[in-house]
Design a binder for this molecule. Structure first.
Ligand code: GLC
Ligand code: CA
Length: 561
C-alpha cells in the first residue's frame, strides 16, 4: 500500500529555542521572564525562524530550572503572570509565528499537591499517581541509577518501608503512567494550554514513562548503573502516549508534537514519528551526534572530556537518518540546547570561532529537516566559564572532579573540561549589548560566569557577523528545496561534508570544509555552471575545482537537472 503523506505546517518549521530564565529580564531581578521575551519577539522574527519553543514556565520550586513543576495550571511568579503568557502567544501569532511549550509529563515536583497528598498517606487518592516499592534487604528495591546520579529510589521519611521512584532529582518523583487517571489528568493539563492557543508541545523525557518490574537488578558491577532497558523506550511508552496525542489531536488536528527522545536510534525515531503511529510529529534525539574525545584521558569518565566532531561518523549517521526518514517524516537538526554545551564550545574551532560557527550552521541547517536553534547560537555565543564545581549543581560533576583530582589533574584543567562540555555553562544569559550584564538585566543575572563578548547590537551592524550570516542562511532554508526537498549525502573525502538537495527541477549542492586546513572539491559537470547562492570564507573556483579555505562553505544551485 502506498502511503500518502499530507504536508503539515511543521514540516517547514524553523525553531528558535528560548530558555526563558536566561533570555531577557524585564523587571530587574536578574531572571529572564515573559515580558522580556515579548520585547524580543521582533528580534526572533528577524532571524528568519517561524516557531518559538519556550522551556518550562509553570510554577516550580526550580530544583531543575522549571522541569520540576508544582502547579501546571499557572505561570511561575519569576516568569510573570498568565496575562503575560496570553499576551506572548498573541504577539508571537501577530508576528506570523507559532509557539510551542515544553511539557513535563514523566514527573512532577515533590511539592506538587498530588505528591504532597500521596507521600504521607498510603490511602491517598493520589498514591497511585506515583511509583512506590518496598525496599529489599534493608536497602533500595533495586540497583537502578538515576540520570542525575545515585539511586532512582528515595524515601519520604528515613524509616519508611516504601521508596518512591525518581529518574531525575529526588525532588522530581516519576508519575505512574500505568494508572489511567494519570493519563487523563496529564492530558487535561495539556488541553488547558491548547485552549490558550499554543501550537504544540515539546514533550520532555517522554521515552521514560514506562518502567519494567522493579524486582530486577540491572546487570552491572556499578552500585547504581543507568538501567535504560528498564526505563527507556519500552513498548508501553507508545500506548500510553497514544492516548495523550490522540486526545490532543481531537482538540487541535494540526498540533505539533515534538518529542524529546534522547536515546532513540533511527528505528525508534521512526516508530515515534511515523504519522501512522499517531504519536510525535518529530523527535529530538541525541544519537545524531558523533563525538570523538579530543585528548582522551584514561581512568576518567568520558562524560565531561572535551570532544570534537567525528566528521566521517557524523556523515554516516546523518545519511542513515535521512535515507530512512525520506518520504515518511523529518529529522530535527540541532547543535545544542539547554542540556548540552554551546556549539562553538563543543565542536567549534577556537582559532576560527566565527568561521566555524558559520560552517557548522551551514552543514546542518540546509539538510532535510527542522532546525532548532538554541538562543545565542546565532551570535556564536560560547559557554560561560564557571569557576567553582558547585556552580554546576551536578552530582556527576562532583564525582568526576573527585576522580580527576585523585588522578593528579589540576583544578584548572578540570574546570576547563567541565566548561567546554557541561550544560550549566551553556545556560548563560543572552548577550544583547555591550551594557552591563550584556543588556540582559540591570541586576546580576541568576547565573554567573565569564563569557565571550559577542552581542546582538554589534553583530547587527556588521555585515559579516555570525548573526547576519544566520539571517541569510535561514532565508535560504525557507524554500522547499532546503526544507522538504530530497537529500543525498556525498561520499566525499573528510573533512569536507557535501550534500545535494533537489526539489522539482531545482538542484543544490552544499559543500562545507569542517576543518582549519585548506581542502579541494571537484564539482560534477551539471553543477559547474550553477549559480553561487551563498558562500563564506576563502574560496577559489576554477573549472569546477573549488579550493576551500579554513571552515569555508559554498552553496550552488542549478535549474533543470
Ligand atoms: C529533559 C530536559 C532536562 C531536564 C530533564 C528532566 O531531559 O531537557 O533539562 O533536566 O528532562 O525533566
Ligand atoms: Ca525578571
Amino acid at each position: 500500500m502506498e502511503i500518502f503523506y499530507m504536508e503539515e505546517w511543521f514540516d517547514k518549521a524553523i525553531i528558535y529555542q528560548v530558555y526563558p530564565k536566561s533570555f531577557k529580564d524585564s523587571n530587574g531581578d536578574g531572571i529572564g521572564d515573559i515580558r522580556g521575551i515579548i520585547e524580543k519577539v521582533a528580534y526572533i522574527k528577524s532571524l528568519g525562524v517561524n516557531t518559538i519553543w519556550v522551556n518550562p514556565m509553570y510554577v516550580s520550586p526550580q530544583v531543575d530550572n522549571g522541569y520540576d513543576v508544582s502547579n501546571y495550571f499557572a505561570i511561575d511568579e519569576s516568569m510573570g503572570t498568565m496575562e503575560d503568557f496570553e499576551e506572548l502567544v498573541k504577539v508571537v501569532h501577530d508576528h506570523g509565528m507559532k509557539i510551542i511549550m515544553d511539557f513535563v509529563l514523566n514527573h512532577t515536583s515533590d511539592q506538587h499537591p498530588w505528591f504532597q497528598d500521596a507521600k504521607n498517606n498510603p490511602h491517598s487518592l493520589y498514591r497511585n499517581y506515583y511509583l512506590w516499592s518496598k525496599g529489599k534487604n534493608g536497602s533500595e528495591p533495586n540497583n537502578w541509577g538515576s540520570f542525575f546520579g545515585g539511586s532512582v529510589w528515595s524515601r519520604v521519611h528515613k524509616n519508611d518501608s516504601e521508596y518512591y521512584f525518581h529518574l531525575f532529582n529526588k525532588h522530581m518523583p516519576d508519575l505512574n503512567w500505568k494508572n489511567p487517571e494519570v493519563q487523563q489528568s496529564v492530558t487535561d493539563i495539556a488541553k488547558f494550554w491548547v485552549a490558550k492557543g499554543i501550537d504544540g508541545f515539546r514533550l520532555d523525557a517522554f521515552i521514560h514513562i514506562s518502567k519494567a518490574d522493579f524486582n530486577q537488578d540491572y546487570i552491572s558491577h556499578e552500585k547504581h548503573p543507568l538501567a535504560e532497558p528498564y526505563y527507556a523506550n519500552r513498548s508501553e511508552v507508545q500506548s500510553y502516549l497514544r492516548y495523550f496525542t490522540s486526545e490532543l489531536r481531537k482538540e487541535k488536528p494540526d498540533i505539533y508534537i515534538l518529542g524529546e527522545a534522547s536515546s532513540a536510534d533511527i528505528n525508534l525515531a521512526l516508530d515515534y514519528s511515523n504519522p501512522q503511529s499517531n504519536l510525535c510529529d518529530q523527535v529530538i534525539t541525541f544519537r545524531l551526534f558523533a563525538d570523538k574525545l579530543k585528548n582522551p584521558i584514561v581512568n576518567l569518565p568520558s562524560e565531561f572530556q572535551p570532544v570534537t566532531l567525528d566528521v566521517q561518523l557524523f556523515k554516516k549517521q546523518m545519511a542513515e537518518w535521512q535515507a530512512n526518514m525520506e518520504g515518511i517524516c523529518y529529522p530535527t537538526l540541532y547543535w545544542s540546547n539547554h542540556d548540552t554545551a554551546r556549539l562553538i564550545s563543543r565542536y567549534g574551532d577556537s582559532d576560527y570561532p566565527i568561521n566555524s560557527a558559520k560552517a557548522l550552521a551551514t552543514v546542518l541547517y540546509l539538510q532535510r529537516g527542522v532546525p532548532i536553534i538554541y538562543f545565542g547560537e546565532e551570535l556564536g555565543m560560547q559557554n560561560a566559564y564557571l569557576d567553582r564545581f558547585e556552580q554546576f549543581e551536578d552530582q556527576n560533576v562532583d564525582d568526576f572532579a573527585n576522580i580527576a583530582l585523585k588522578n593528579g589533574i589540576s583544578k584548572n584543567k578540570i574546570l576547563n573540561m567541565l566548561n567546554s562540555t557541561h550544560k550549566m555553562s551553556a545556560r548563560n544569559v543572552m548577550h544583547w549589548s555591550k551594557k552591563d550584564n550584556f543588556g540582559f538585566s540591570n541586576h546580576d543575572p541568576w547565573i554567573g560566569g565569564k563569557s565571550t563578548d559577542v552581542n546582538v547590537d554589534e553583530e547587527d551592524s556588521q555585515s559579516d557577523s555570525v548573526l547576519n550570516y544566520y539571517r541569510e542562511l535561514l532565508k535560504i532554508k525557507q524554500s522547499n528545496l532546503y526544507s522538504i526537498g530530497k537529500e543525498t549525502i556525498d561520499n566525499c573525502e573528510d573533512p569536507i561534508f557535501s550534500f545535494s538537495r533537489s526539489y522539482n527541477n531545482y538542484e543544490a549542492k552544499v559543500i562545507v570544509n569542517l576543518s582549519c586546513d585548506s581542502q579541494q572539491y571537484q564539482l560534477d559537470n551539471e553543477m559547474k555552471n550553477g549559480k553561487r547562492i551563498l558562500s563564506e570564507g576563502q574560496l577559489q573556483i576554477k573549472n569546477g575545482n573549488i579550493q576551500l579555505g579554513p571552515w569555508s562553505s559554498i552553496i550552488i544551485e542549478s535549474k533543470e537537472k
